[in-house]
Design a protein around this ligand. Sequence first.
Ligand code: NAP
Ligand code: ZN
Length: 351
Amino acid sequence: MTQVKAYAAHQADKPLSPYQIERREPGPFDVEIEILYCGVCHSDIHTARNEWNGTMYPVVPGHEIVGKVTRIGSGVTQHKVGDTVGVGVFVDSCGHCHSCEQDLEQYCENGHSQTYNSFLQDKKTITYGGYSTHIVVTEKFVLKVSDSLPLEGVAPLLCAGITTYSPLRYWKVKKGDKVGVVGLGGLGHMAVKLASAMGAEVTMLSRSPQKAKDAERLGAQHFALTTEKKTMKKLKNTFDLIIDTVSGQHNYNDYLALLKVDGTMVVLGAPPEPEKVSASSLIRGRKRLAGSLVGGIKETQEMLDFCAEHNIVSDVEVIPIDQINEAYERTMKGDVLYRFVIDMASLKQMT
Ligand code: NAP
Ligand code: ZN
């Protein structure tokens, strides 16, 4: 075991603070990674504050990890010391259920191991995430990262990137498709970049008028203010696909109304309380309401390669780790352009 520095939430209503955790010695198929950057996902906040219930304190959040390989086990073949690598939302799965066999580890029927606030496959060992200096992960769940892109901008691809890429691919978004993206935050800005790189005509649906200029810069052709009744009325029957990334309570029926006949709305955001869906919102227009969770390891590698090829990274605001609590507050207010990323050198240097 190696003791490493970390930042943890100890209680739902208390700020995160420095903490020490133990990382296992790399086993035969393990990769030890020195973490350089870790993105701050809204899921970190939901979990640190126990908004979804089930938080096991102390929790070390962080599942948008980029770093360098420092040690490998004797059986590791995919990675070598010095490689730049990434770790996303999960670190293991059963490997033999129907979902795992189809490269859909995120839907592992025996329960995948999330990067934090979860158990390893022994169902006993609690996982701790990327707000730490090092992590040890089984090699199959370690992604290859291109050195050609700025690494702080790559980190958020490991969650925000793959979570939006996966449904865009599953619903086969192509040139000319009309895609609406709801909520311009971490996931939302990646959805805009990726959908427009796939050739879609993207409309940003946001409650924040000050984000209109950015939406266009990120690749959206149109910007619609969701708080304006007449705008929402005008957009009825417009979209083939809506990607909903909103983290707080909102009315799904308002957005289902914007779909064309046979259109699909994919829910990615996970507000703490259930939302009500009226049957007629779906019946009138044979519409579909769907959900999607992150993406499998194979698809995550495909997304990283797609981003390297199209020069796509996240727009980030890099912070030292002692600003994490302020970053949470700003994220809650929608005041982040468009992902906070922790520079882990700030934790390494902390005495
Ligand atoms: P974020 O950066 O905080 O962005 C969320 C955006 O939603 C905000 O910037 C805001 O955009 C909008 N918004 C927030 N509260 C709202 C409300 N009450 N009503 C209307 N709009 C609201 O969060 P994120 O990191 O992108 O994560 C978004 C959600 O996805 C979270 O719930 C997170 O847990 C979830 N998530 C899901 C998956 C998955 O696999 N499905 C993966 C990662 C994260 P505007 O100011 O533009 O309106
Ligand atoms: Zn996330």
